[in-house]
Ligand binder design. Structure first.
Ligand code: UDP
Ligand code: MG
Length: 356
């Protein structure tokens, strides 16, 4: 971890290195770079990705390997990955037993990646491999986490952009964790940061929050997001996105839980005020019976408020239940390449289980 004092020195060194092609310096020489790529039905893009990625990795002058995590693809991605491994041993693959979602696939990748620095990138060429050179320059300059900062989100639809904006604003308000704007999974992590990430056993995972949570000297590097190589749609379904957003907020904030005490307090105070009004009106003007509609409305309103608060508690309880069961984070069906997975250390029951 680097204090503020050292930060400026690092900046200078990082920028100097970023200006030229990254010459392997002390931190990179003889070290290994691993690239983690989650893959879900990407048969058409994998070869194009490798064609672009390999020259970039060769140019770093470091040893390298690529760990593809096949997240239960139902197209020919698996065959393509096996073929790639047959053509180059450094292109390795881990096949998860089903679709676990991108967050878990990335977690699996981090557990399997053996490099001194690990780059996480998408398979759809939306994360330009050339940016890796800039990542390494910063890493060599002393940064432990270098994240890609996209310049705009034109590649996403309008609804998706609006959803992201609302989500990040809410997330920051509620969790008190600031997420760098436009930063995603495309990033480089030093081995120290990877080791820290591998200590998280949580199933409802929100990696972006975890990267911020673990700390370390962090810096962003700009990159431009091209549309998906195939012009196709994002692999995220709207329901998955919604759950992703819920996971993010629920796993980083207890505000939704606590807010109900305040809502309860406000409602009780309002009820008390209403009682006073009602009492004085009866005392002054005598009894009046009407009020059926307001009774119905308030019963429904408070019924609704109670159900919402129960639902919110349910969100948390469901996650406590998920975590308490201690199921493995992911199940590996098969792997190709010389892989040495790190045992996820916390809690012990989160180790991956080999089926074959
Ligand atoms: N992905 C995955 N599991 C999933 C969904 C996506 O491993 O359930 C992978 C996908 O193959 C790609 C990356 O995660 O390499 C990002 O997916 P996508 O491009 O669909 O997301 P977006 O770019 O819209 O964030
Ligand atoms: Mg994409």
């Amino acid at each position: 971890m680097v204090g503020n004092l050292q930060q400026s020195t690092i900046d200078a060194r990082g920028d100097a290195a970023a200006g030229s092609a990254p010459v392997p310096s002390a931190r990179a020489r003889g070290r290994k770079l691993s690239v983690v790529v989650p893959v879900y039905n990407e048969e058409r893009g994998l070869e194009a990705l490798v064609c672009k990625l390999v020259p970039v990795l060769e140019a770093t002058g470091m040893k390298w390997d690529v760990v593809f995590i096949d997240d239960g693809s139902i197209d020919r991605s698996r065959e393509v990955l096996r073929r790639l491994n047959a053509s180059d041993q450094r292109l390795m693959a881990v096949f998860l037993s089903r679709n676990f979602g991108k967050e878990i696939a990335v977690a699996a990748g981090l557990a399997y990646a053996g490099g001194d620095a690990v780059v996480i990138m998408d398979a759809d060429l939306q994360h330009p491999p050339e940016t890796i050179a800039k990542f390494i320059a910063k890493w060599v300059g002393g940064y432990d986490i270098v994240y890609g900062q996209r310049d705009d989100r034109v590649a996403d639809g309008r609804f998706r952009r609006l959803f992201s904006r609302v989500f990040y604003r809410t997330f920051e308000r509620m969790s008190g964790t600031t997420l760098p704007h436009g930063a995603g999974d495309f990033r480089l992590l030093d081995r120290k940061a990877v080791a820290a990430m591998n200590r998280f056993g949580e199933r409802s995972r929100f990696n972006k929050g975890l990267y911020a949570w673990i700390g370390f000297a962090t810096i962003g590097v700009d990159y431009h997001v091209p549309p998906r190589f195939d012009g196709g749609a994002s692999r995220w379904r709207p329901r998955q996105l919604w759950h992703f957003a819920l996971d993010g907020i629920v796993s980083f904030s207890t505000v939704p839980l606590r807010v109900w005490s305040y809502v309860g307090l406000l409602v009780s105070m309002a009820a008390f005020g209403y009682l006073l009004v009602f009492l004085s009106r009866t005392l002054i003007f005598g009894t009046d019976v009407p009020g059926f509609p307001s009774l119905l409305v308030s019963v429904m309103f408070f019924g609704g408020v109670q159900l919402i608060s129960l639902g919110v508690m349910g969100e948390y309880m469901g996650r406590i239940y998920e975590e308490a069961k201690g199921r493995p984070l992911f199940i590996v069906a098969d792997e190709v390449g010389h892989l040495h997975p790190t045992t996820l250390s916390n809690p012990p029951s989160t180790q991956s289980v080999e089926l074959e």
